[in-house]
Ligand binder design. Sequence first.
Ligand code: PLP
Length: 444
Amino acid sequence: MSHLIHRNLRRTPPVAVRAQGITITDSAGRTYLDASGGAAVSSLGHGHPAVLAAMHAQIDRSAYAHTAFFTCEAAEELAARLAADAPGDLDHVYLVSGGSEAMETALKLARQYHLEAGQPQRSVFLARRQSYHGNTLGALAVGGNAWRRHPFAPLLIDVPHVAPCYEYRDRADGQSTDDYTAALLRELEDAIRAAGPDKLIAFVAETVVGATAGAVPPTPGYFRGVRKLCDQYGLLLILDEVMCGMGRSGTLYAFEQEGVLPDLVVLGKGLGAGYQPIGAVLARAPIVRRLRDGSGAFQHGHTYMGHPVAAAAALAVQKVIQKENLLGAVTVRGAALRRMLREAFGQHPHVGDIRGRGLLIGLELVQDRASKAPFDPALRLHALIKDEAMARGLMVYPMGGTIDGRQGDHILLAPPFIATEAELADITSRLADALAAALRAPDI
Ligand code: PLP
């Protein structure tokens, strides 16, 4: 019996003992192609020598010094680099240990920004359905899946949720993409008015919706419209790029492809690429200036914030991305993988949509392509596919069709940026076998 509390309390997963390049090996000697980068984490693959060397060097110098007493070179250098590489005046960086902590940080920073301007009545966040922002209570409250929030509802702040930008499911037959986008923005403006614009702190959204909806990109102009409404009504715009950020979309930040500048950006996963637990919030200059000129302190903090080894790992990851020109690789390899997936599944009767940005790609599974009717969630098709894929030495990230009852099962592919075309072809062919095997299950 394992004493660890695992995700699945009834099943202990294989024991990972070695990881190199795009493969992970378990204690029974089986190897798995990491086609999902874990959960869109391992952007450089495993065992990258430059990142390991940077971590070792930092551990040898100083593994930890509490931020109440010291700062450290690695955290300072990482922050300077992130600020230099980010567009506009996203000049300030708060370092934490993961995506949920980063989201909590952004929520509190946004609240304190309004407080320091004498606007204590601004106490409500606005967010979207079909989104995931983390599992801590604040992040869960802004997250957009009722089934995730439900068990903890009495503990959560009240957050109004508007429709996500989910063209495959929600654009009506005959409706143009522009009209669909305009309708979403009207709904958002109505929600702002209904909540009372002077009560709102910020609008929170994933730029490309990750695991919850399966790599759903925004329609053209959607985020420009959102930015305009936020400016008009005095809300901050918080973009969650925990999954789609740090190069996974083909640009360092996915919002760069939308022509907008958010006020706060939430980061995790690819920032440390799995080498260390690290998350961050990027903040625009006026936000930090207001706190600095006001109370002089951000009322927040964590024991492991600005951790030297985590910062050294993340800094090394950023340097590798630049040195090996991996942003360009993401665009090229993402297009190649989408082409392979379209060849393999473009006519598949149960693959309704293949979508995404860069190397963040989702496949939505449907019972019927024409009606887009999902499979019965009780069949747990996504879990069957994951199991069949693991049996074939392939990791894909599954999500159920239970999400508020209006979406098919889907699987997420987010391979490391270093994956070769041959490896991407291997991933596609193993996935085709796994899908065929899952669809042969007795009840399907
Ligand atoms: N935001 C998004 C978009 C995510 O995908 C995740 C994790 O999956 C989080 C936030 C939470 O990050 P973490 O699991 O590191 O707390």
